[in-house]
Design a protein around this ligand. Structure first.
Ligand SMILES: [Zn+2]
Length: 402
């Protein structure tokens, strides 16, 4: 174990070049194992700076020199390739959704090491009961799965309007939460540094670090019980005033006349959410109860009415996708949504409908999440991993990752 994780807080010296260590770490993440010369070319840092940052990252246990052939076996010293070291550190996370809590541990490459799910008592509108449940369950989860590795912090992720700066859930209508100081109460109960983030932005960050968003220009649309979007431009997550960017739940859907709790009609979330389609499936006699899982199971078994209802949802979602493509012109637009997750063969229905509503070519641009059925677990840990990859030297101070 590296010596860096001592329990004495040490103020970090101001780095000469704040982005240097993060750039070296990012190069190892995306291209590792990679020789120092290649890292220098890739990052634009001088060989001396790469060498200094490598020493810092090695001491923190964030990179290592895996055994294997040395790169650049020409004249001079051979270059020992660097890679991300996944042996020492883990990110803990909890994803809070209407039906369940998902606990996860992810390594520095964003790979899910362990996850457990806990059904939520419903209806459950008291955020503090969820927090008590998380605090109760987390220590056992970490004991069972962390196996001596250091837990860098706890990500707390949910849908809707989340302000990571203040650490609050401003509004999650599906949970019935408003102005919940999630970071403060979780920090008090778990004693871990807590990073609060919205589901859409957490997954957008994960796509940039570990998935399809390496170009740094990405839009991520989440359609679940909550519908929202996240926008990454030039590698930076757009937050907007009070972290309200990407709140597209109340965009109008032209053909919809469904009532929305906001008082309007035909809002995107009220029209396409998991709950809306579960209720629609039950109302149309496709499922005995309003449960999205039953609709998906019926569609998977080939029920024509269930399949058509799934296609209808994708056609409605396509309006929002087309609008986001036109507005943001990203390199990639990722859609995380249950129908395309469970019936990936229906993804072309979404793409074809997007093509009808935009002048851009959605062919290679619109794609499903890189994380498939692990998306909730990855989302939960992503704010912690994002903080480490953004500012790796902050690990030199205990509790600095806030
Ligand atoms: Zn509305």
């Amino acid at each position: 174990m590296p010596l860096a994780l001592v329990a004495t807080p040490v103020p970090p010296p101001a780095p000469e070049k704040p982005d240097g260590a993060a750039a070296v770490l990012r190069a190892a993440l995306h291209r590792g194992p990679l020789g120092r010369g290649s890292i220098s070319r890739e990052t634009g840092l001088s060989p001396a700076a790469v060498s200094r940052h490598t020493t810092e990252l090695l001491a923190l246990g964030l990179v290592h020199e895996p055994p294997g052939p040395k790169a650049g076996a020409g004249p001079g010293r051979p270059s020992i390739p660097l890679d991300i070291d996944t042996r020492y550190h883990l990110a803990a996370g909890v994803h809070i959704a209407v039906p369940r809590l998902t606990f996860s541990l992810t390594d520095l490459r964003g790979r899910v090491v362990a996850q457990e799910q806990l059904p939520r008592r419903q209806p459950q509108r008291d955020a503090y009961r969820d927090v008590a449940e998380i605090a109760d369950r987390l220590p056992g989860f970490l004991r069972r799965h962390a196996q001596g590795r250091s837990v860098l912090g706890l990500g707390a992720v949910t849908g809707g309007w989340v302000d990571p700066v203040l650490g609050t859930v401003v509004e999650n209508s599906a949970l019935g939460w408003a102005d919940v100081p999630l970071r403060q109460v979780l920090q008090e109960t778990t004693r871990l540094p807590v990073h609060v983030e919205s589901h859409a932005r957490a997954l957008a960050r994960a796509e940039v670090l570990f998935g399809a968003g390496r170009s740094g220009d990405l839009v991520h649309l989440v359609v679940g019980n909550v519908v929202d979007a996240a926008i990454v431009a030039g590698g930076t997550l757009l937050r907007g005033r009070r972290s309200g960017a990407g709140g597209i739940a109340h965009l109008p859907v032209p053909s919809s006349t469904l009532r929305c709790p906001c008082g309007g009609t035909g809002c995107l979330e009220a029209t396409v959410s998991d709950r809306a389609f579960a209720e629609r499936a039950a109302a149309e006699g496709i499922t005995p109860r309003p449960e999205l899982g039953l609709l998906l199971a019926a569609a998977r078994s080939g029920d024509p009415a269930a399949l058509e209802l799934c296609r209808t949802r994708l056609r409605l979602v396509a309006h929002a996708v087309a609008l986001l493509l036109d507005m943001m012109s990203p390199h990639v637009l990722v859609v995380t949504e249950a129908v395309t997750l469970h019936l990936p063969e229906l993804f072309p229905v979404l793409r074809d409908e997007v093509a009808r509503h935009t002048r851009r070519e959605p062919g290679g641009l619109v794609r499903p999440s890189s994380f498939g059925r692990e998306a909730l677990a990855v989302a939960a840990g992503a704010p912690v991993l994002g903080a480490v990859h953004q500012d790796p030297l902050s690990l030199r101070t205990v509790g600095a990752l806030r």
